[in-house]
Structure formats: structure tokens, C-alpha cells
Design a protein around this ligand. Structure first.
Ligand SMILES: Nc1ncnc2c1ncn2[C@@H]1O[C@H](COP(=O)(O)OP(=O)(O)OP(=O)(O)O)[C@@H](O)[C@H]1O
Ligand SMILES: [Mg+2]
Length: 339
């Protein structure tokens, strides 16, 4: 039996926003499954329906075999939820936050004290346990959020963008914690993210969500393997017409999906090593000197481009209307220089 099973999920908000247009995916027991998508893709909407905080317009969701619409109380017992925005009480200490969360689930006494101690240790918060959490770093607050989602010992943990806004080091710490929960604790984890690198490195399998639909799913390697060939990038010397270079790339046989960003043109190549020398010669002959060339294997960014026709980084920035705003591209992409 799947840990989470989502079938033909649709959600139209009051006011007519069609946030989900028929999502289908399943999360297997014990795996880390990612929902990767740009701002506004429908990740939080999906997660909120799974954890029973919102209802579907159409479709069916089962958590550990329990229908979320039929028995939400049982679903909540089996699931831990870490929302996109922190739920930590900043005026309470770390320990008090965990205690309160436990009490909300009906736990008390020595059993709760022991559980709180265990979680403080597990998330490396012991030395800060007696401090009010407004003095915590962003990474510490987020680790406390995750710990709070685990107080009642759920089988399944659902996290909505657990690492957004964290620095790369805190993000890596969070990945290690989540991997340990899945690999050592046998926990099933569903995580949403808009970081390509996170989806690639952390998730056993993932689904790419775009405009309320799943446009691709599989292991990160399976997704990348759907794109044959290489990604070729050429940077045109400053002061020369990069758009003319992009046009030349578009008319070059063996190249596809050409995008220009600033002086850099990138394209998918059937055989990068074969095309690069000819390409440089053609650009130079056209009076377009090349200052830098790079070739790489396709990343999830290129997978996203191939299934949606747009660059992930651009889609994310375009959808970022909220107060958080877009995240620097360098934090989001697996490959330095990938746009
Ligand atoms: N309560 C609501 N009422 C109306 N529309 C909503 C509501 N919540 C979300 N939406 C809309 O539904 C769509 C999907 O939003 P959702 O929050 O699920 O996206 P997301 O993938 O989580 O994005 P982000 O990465 O920014 O968190 C967006 O167009 C959003 O504006
Ligand atoms: Mg969201």
C-alpha cells in the first residue's frame, strides 16, 4: 500500500482560481518524495489537502489507506505537518514549543517530557532548549518546526518548503536530518520545494508541478535521462550581439531549446563535443567572438524547460508575487551558471 495516494486532484478556490487541475501521484512507504514547482504551481494547495487543512473540489486522497475526506482525524494522527510559514511561538522557549505541541495531541507527563528531550537531541537544539525562540537562527527555528511536526510520532511527515530562506549550510543540515528520519527511522517524507538542487539531491522520486498539473515524474536520474545529449553554453564577448549569436544557434542543426540570458546562450545538443568546434568557428566567422564555452549533462532545469517550454528560474521569479520574493538563482540551480 502507498503511504500517500493522490488521484485526479482538483481545487478551485472561491473567486475562481483553478489551483489544481487534476494531479495524480503516489508516495511509497519509506521514501522521500518531492513536489518540485515554481511559485504558484499548486504545491501548498496539494499539501494542505493531504493534511486535511483544505478540501478538494474533485478527486481522492488517501493517507496510509485512509481517505482524507472520510476520516480526517485518523489522517491527522498518522501524519506530521510542517507548514510553509513557521508555527513556532517566538515568545516561548524551544522546549515549551514542543511541550505545547505535544499537549495539543493529548500527550502529557513523563512520556511527553521524554519525547521532548529526544527531539531536542535529535535536532541538535539541546543547548538552546531554554532560550526563547526569537533568539534562534533561521535554521534552528526551522529544525524546531520539524521537531514539532514529529512530537506525536507520525508515520508520515509532510513538509512545505522546509529550507526556503535558509543558507546553504543550514539547508544541508536539514537534508541530513530528513534523510536520517527516512533511512534510519523508516519514515515516509513528502516535501515541497522550488530548489532544483534540493529535489535532485534529497528526493528518491519527485513530481514536477506546473500550473496545477504534474508535468513529469520519476527519480531525478530517470527525469534527466529523458533528455539525451548535452547542454552547451557559449558566452559571447561583451560588446558583441548575443541575440545574433542565439539566432545562429537556433539555425544550427543538432541544437534545440536555445535560450539567451545576457551574453550567454545555452542549448541542448545531441552530441556536444561534436558540435562545439563547428559552433565556435561559425560564431567567430560571423564576427561574434566567444569568451567562454561550457558543456554539461542535463540538470532538472533542462527537464523543466523541456516539459513546460520555459526556464524554471524565470517561471519561479514570475510567480513570486508574495512577500518572500524570488530566491537568488545561484541557490536554486544545481549547476553553477545554469540559468
Ligand atoms: N486561499 C486562496 N484563495 C485563492 N487563491 C489561492 C489561495 N491559496 C492559493 N491560491 C492560488 O492558487 C495557486 C496555487 O497556490 P499555491 O500556494 O498552492 O502555490 P505554491 O506552489 O505553494 O507556491 P509557492 O511556491 O509560492 O508557495 C496560486 O495561483 C495562488 O494564488
Ligand atoms: Mg507554497
Amino acid at each position: 500500500m502507498d503511504a500517500i495516494n493522490v488521484r485526479d486532484l482538483k481545487k478551485t478556490y472561491a473567486g475562481g482560481v483553478e489551483a489544481l487541475k487534476g494531479l495524480t501521484f503516489s508516495v511509497r512507504q519509506g521514501e522521500i518524495f518531492g513536489l518540485l514547482g515554481p511559485n504558484g504551481a499548486g504545491k501548498s494547495t496539494t499539501v494542505r489537502i493531504i493534511v486535511t487543512l483544505s478540501s478538494a473540489t474533485e478527486g481522492r486522497v488517501e493517507v496510509d489507506g485512509v481517505d482524507v475526506a472520510a476520516d480526517p482525524v485518523e489522517v491527522r494522527r498518522r501524519i506530521g505537518y510542517v507548514s510553509q510559514n513557521t508555527t513556532v511561538d517566538f515568545l516561548a522557549t524551544g522546549r515549551e514549543n514542543l511541550h505545547l505541541q505535544g499537549q495539543l495531541y493529548g500527550h502529557s507527563g513523563a512520556a511527553l517530557d521524554n519525547r521532548v528531550d529526544e527531539l531536542l537531541k535529535l535536532f541538535d537544539l539541546e543547548s538552546a532548549a531554554k532560550r526563547v525562540t526569537q533568539t534562534y537562527s533561521g535554521g534552528m527555528k526551522r529544525r524546531l518546526d520539524v521537531a514539532m511536526g514529529l512530537v506525536h510520532r507520525p508515520k508520515i511527515l509532510v513538509l512545505d518548503e522546509p529550507t526556503t530562506g535558509l543558507d546553504p549550510e543550514s539547508r544541508a543540515v536539514m537534508w541530513r536530518e530528513l534523510e536520517r528520519l527516512a533511512k534510519d527511522g523508516g519514515m515516509t517524507i513528502l516535501v515541497t520545494t522550488h530548489y532544483l538542487e534540493e529535489a535532485d539531491r534529497l528526493c528518491d522520486r519527485l513530481a514536477i508541478v506546473d500550473g496545477g498539473k504534474i508535468v513529469a515524474q520519476g527519480t531525478p536520474n530517470e527525469l534527466k535521462a529523458t533528455l539525451r545529449g548535452d547542454i552547451v553554453q557559449v558566452e559571447i564577448a561583451v560588446g558583441h550581439d548575443a541575440e545574433a549569436a542565439a539566432q545562429l544557434l537556433r539555425s544550427t542543426p543538432g541544437l534545440s531549446n536555445v535560450i539567451r540570458e545576457g551574453q550567454t546562450c545555452s542549448a541542448q545538443a545531441e552530441e556536444g563535443a561534436h558540435v562545439i568546434p563547428k559552433l565556435i568557428a561559425a560564431l567567430e566567422a560571423a564576427g561574434l567572438p566567444v569568451s567562454h564555452v561550457a558543456m554539461s549533462r542535463p540538470s532538472l532545469d533542462e527537464v523543466y524547460l523541456s516539459v513546460t517550454g520555459k526556464s524554471f528560474t524565470k517561471a519561479d521569479a514570475a510567480g513570486a508575487a508574495g512577500p518572500r520574493g524570488p530566491v537568488p538563482a545561484a541557490m536554486r540551480t544545481a549547476k553553477p551558471g545554469a540559468k
